[in-house]
Design a protein around this ligand. Sequence first.
Ligand code: GDP
Length: 300
Amino acid sequence: LVRLRSRLSRSQNSLGKGLLTLLSRERLDDDTWEEVEDTLITADVGVTPTQELVERLRTRVRVLGTRTPDELRTLLREELLALVDPTLDRALRTESHEESPAVVLVVGVNGTGKTTTTGKLARVLVADGRSVVLGAADTFRAAAADQLQTWGERVGARTVRGPEGGDPASIAFDAVKEGIAEGADTVLIDTAGRLHTKTGLMDELGKVKRVVEKHGPVDEVLLVLDATTGQNGLVQARVFAEVVDITGIVLTKLDGTAKGGIVVAVQRELGVPVKLVGLGEGADDLAPFEPEAFVDALIG
Ligand code: GDP
């Protein structure tokens, strides 16, 4: 948690600092509130949530009358936290069933950090004493299977892979079969994501899911989004949500952007919680998303 805060705060706290500076002005007039809005929108929070926050904050500041820096910080913290929604269930369903392992599909556009996230997640689970099987169903990007296998070897998880350009669904099927045979706890399946052929993607992901479900339920479908792509990530999120039921969002590369507001925007868009965040390229740089720590990092 402490690490999450310090990692996030390096890139994130310019937003909170900016807001607090604005709010500490002598007069909080319309222009100032407009600047508050601009600051939030620039940070990718999205127009509607921004307007809601400013409206509530404005009312509360007016009603309270007095406003010391501490009071303003507390109000801002509360309102930002409400936007991020601390009540959402962010637990990852990776516990095995009686007869079969938990199955996690990792989906998203290539380059967002899917394979890396799959590897990091395997590491977290193995460190937690679980046995993990990896399915290299991203047969579109030539190096993806090698990359995943390298992660697997590093963390101690078997990787099931097929021939280059092979059928992703059959690899996913084999990975779960292997997981059942080994009595594994969790099977993590890395999939391909290419947006330019939406029907192709739809067919492929849908098929991967259906085929895997012949063995048992799919427990999580994690959508990986690159935080640095801002509103583009929202477009991707919409497309994927049409294809599969997303159960959680992984926001990667949060270490490389001050636009953490995308957390709010994407949760609103999909009605699905951000469950994990990527904070760097290293093996340890995946963390559960903690609303409190996130907001504290924003405010600095
Ligand atoms: P995929 O095509 O979606 O499987 O993407 P990769 O897993 O290959 O990741 C693409 C690039 O993003 C790689 O260089 C990763 O090291 C990098 N990457 C992934 N996650 C993060 C993150 O959280 N922070 C940073 N800074 N880089 C990341």
